[in-house]
Design a protein around this ligand. Structure first.
Ligand SMILES: Nc1ncnc2c1ncn2[C@@H]1O[C@H](COP(=O)(O)OP(=O)(O)OP(=O)(O)O)[C@@H](O)[C@H]1O
Length: 254
């Protein structure tokens, strides 16, 4: 099988659901692109896809010579199961069909030359993660957790699996680390403190970023995108810069 993906492939994984893995994947992709990198974002959370909703994308991919042209959004290129379904239809497939869908995303989509390919994985250590380990042995991983010990405990298993399958762990991102009310510098650690650094140390890697809880907008929804919140934009820019620096250094060393 020929894999048409080029560039640094980075899987964003967690363990526990709902820790903000998709939100982190989207913001990281946008931030890398804002630094002038060519970035593709692939939503591999086939059952629980959420990238089209987070980015508010209504358009569908076009096809050319039986290949799919992914959707261009802002300055990134995006593909999601959500683009191939009508409305909010559920995906009711078993494991082997899931594997075929992943092949389809890698083989039948015209990705072009990319600097970074960000993969949003489903939570846990299930079929997709296992398939990925076989299909993309050079894929590197970033593990997302909240500071809460339960999330850390489950995320550690995702990290152990990455290690067992010889995937490199680039680092840990602690999401929802603290809350700072508007017009204040106070940090409130609502879900506990230190989970991200504990996980990083247990997995022999580094804590790449601690992302705060986003403040709610007027409608009560949190403004979780870097385009909505300048504080988040700063945090994610620093994360993207650290990542570029780290991966460039590793390329030079190898
Ligand atoms: N830093 C943050 N501040 C506030 N809300 C956040 C933050 N990060 C994520 N969220 C919110 O938390 C919820 C879960 O986020 P998200 O869907 O990214 O998690 P996930 O780990 O990908 O979940 P799933 O396991 O369902 O794939 C969403 O409503 C999202 O808007």
């Amino acid at each position: 099988m020929i894999i048409l993906l080029s560039g640094n492939v980075i899987a964003i994984t967690s363990g526990k659901g709902g820790v903000g893995k998709s939100t982190v994947a989207v913001n990281l992709a946008l931030s890398l692109a804002n630094l002038g990198k060519k970035v593709a974002l692939i939503d591999l959370d086939i059952y629980g896809y959420s990238v089209p909703k987070i980015l508010n994308i209504d358009s569908k991919p076009k096809t050319m010579n039986n290949k799919i042209i992914p959707v261009g959004h802002e300055n990134i290129t995006v593909m999601s199961m959500g683009f191939l379904l009508k409305g909010n239809d559920p995906v009711v497939w078993r494991g082997p069909m899931l594997g075929k869908m992943i092949d389809h995303f890698f083989d039948d989509v015209i990705w072009g030359k990319q600097d970074y390919v960000i993969l949003d994985l489903p939570p846990g250590t299930g079929d997709v993660a296992l398939d990925l380990h076989h299909k993309l042995p050079k894929c590197q991983e970033i593990i997302v957790t909240t500071p809460h010990p339960n999330a850390v405990h489950v995320a550690e298993r995702a990290g152990m699996m990455a290690k067992q399958t010889n995937h490199t762990i680039i680092g840990v991102i602690e999401n929802m680390s603290y809350f700072t009310p508007p017009h204040s510098n106070e940090k409130y650690h609502l879900f506990g403190k230190g989970g991200g650094s504990t996980l990083a140390s247990n997995l022999d890697t580094e804590l790449l970023a601690s992302i705060p809880l986003a403040n709610p907008q007027a409608d009560g929804e949190p403004s979780v995108l870097i385009t909505q919140d300048p504080t988040l934009a700063d945090e994610y820019r620093a994360l993207a810069e650290r990542l570029i620096e780290k991966l460039t250094l590793e390329e030079v060393m190898n």
